[in-house]
Design a protein around this ligand. Structure first.
Ligand code: ADP
Ligand code: MG
Length: 272
């Protein structure tokens, strides 16, 4: 049995608060075209380290497309994305993930028949240095790495309050807990930037409260967020800044309260 560590964030090691406030991600004039449709039309974003940046807008406005561009699932038709000063355009999704950008999906994408802890261990696999022979023969380095990964996976589960459910199959977890498990799996990548696509969708009010508590706890560890969200109360309570998309274009940006009161934003949402 792996020892369960305390509820600290010490296992998130990739982040330094030294550069808080500096630009971590820059989206520069990104165009994403699908045939004749401009899903993103000349969008700029600047995400500062240590902040929670909301990305909102009506259905079909381009929010998930932006997340897919940032994580290498789509290559933009034009424009650039700089993460920590380096372009991510043309890099594979797994290289981008290893460079420090982790995400969750609008629709939960867990391995349903695997247990909660196995889902996290998948996310931790990149930390293994053992080769195939060491793994096949269960040699000492692999055994040590496996034990470390197990302890870290338990710490991550504890961090999101799922340690009691470590051995449950993911598909049997209540929906709100599946969403938290996805967040824990993303944290297994030791990210600097965490992208959450509608994490509160389909959650009950108590689930949302728990989600907010965990988002704040992750933020306190120095991780930067881009949060796509439909629940305005979630956006209002945790975001430092918000950008609003409508038909692929950025129509407003600023503090949550300013954006919520913006005529263009109100009009965009009324139109749907
Ligand atoms: P949102 O997340 O804001 O609801 P999306 O980014 O999912 O919106 O979609 C923006 C637009 O781009 C929609 O019109 C959608 O149908 C279109 N779109 C997204 N992905 C693709 C794709 N792979 N091929 C064609 N159209 C797409
Ligand atoms: Mg979407």
């Amino acid at each position: 049995e792996a020892e369960v560590v305390d509820d600290s964030i010490s296992f998130i090691s990739n982040v330094s608060n030294a550069n808080a406030g500096a630009e971590l991600l820059k989206v520069d004039s990104v165009l994403m075209q699908f045939g004749g449709l401009k899903a993103l039309n000349n969008v700029d974003l600047s995400i500062k380290r240590g902040t929670i940046h909301g990305l909102i807008g009506p259905n079909g406005s381009g929010k998930s497309t932006m997340m897919n561009v940032l994580t290498g699932i789509y290559v933009p038709t034009a424009g650039n994305v700089l993460y920590a000063g380096q372009s991510v355009v043309g890099k594979t999704s797994s290289d981008i993930a290893l460079s420090g950008i982790a995400r969750t999906f609008q629709n939960v994408q867990l391995f349903g028949e695997m247990t909660a802890i196995q889902n996290i261990l998948v996310g931790l696999h990149h930390t293994f240095k053992s080769n195939m022979v060491e793994i096949a023969l269960n040699l000492p380095r692999y055994k040590r790495e496996e034990a470390e990964a197990h302890a870290r996976a338990m710490a991550l589960l504890k961090f999101v309050g799922l340690d009691d459910l470590a051995n449950e199959e993911a598909r049997n977890l209540p929906y709100g807990k599946q969403r938290l498990l996805e967040i824990a799996r993303a944290l297994a990548l030791d990210p600097e930037l965490l992208l959450l696509d509608e994490p509160a969708a389909g959650l009950t009010a108590p689930d949302i409260k728990e989600l907010l508590r965990i988002i704040r706890k992750i933020r306190d560890s120095g991780i930067t967020f881009i949060l796509i969200e439909h629940h305005m109360d979630v956006v209002m309570s945790v975001c430092d800044t918000v950008s609003v998309l409508d038909f692929g274009q950025k129509i407003a940006e600023g503090k949550p309260a300013e954006v919520q009161a913006d005529e263009k934003v109100i009009h965009a949402y009324l139109g749907t």
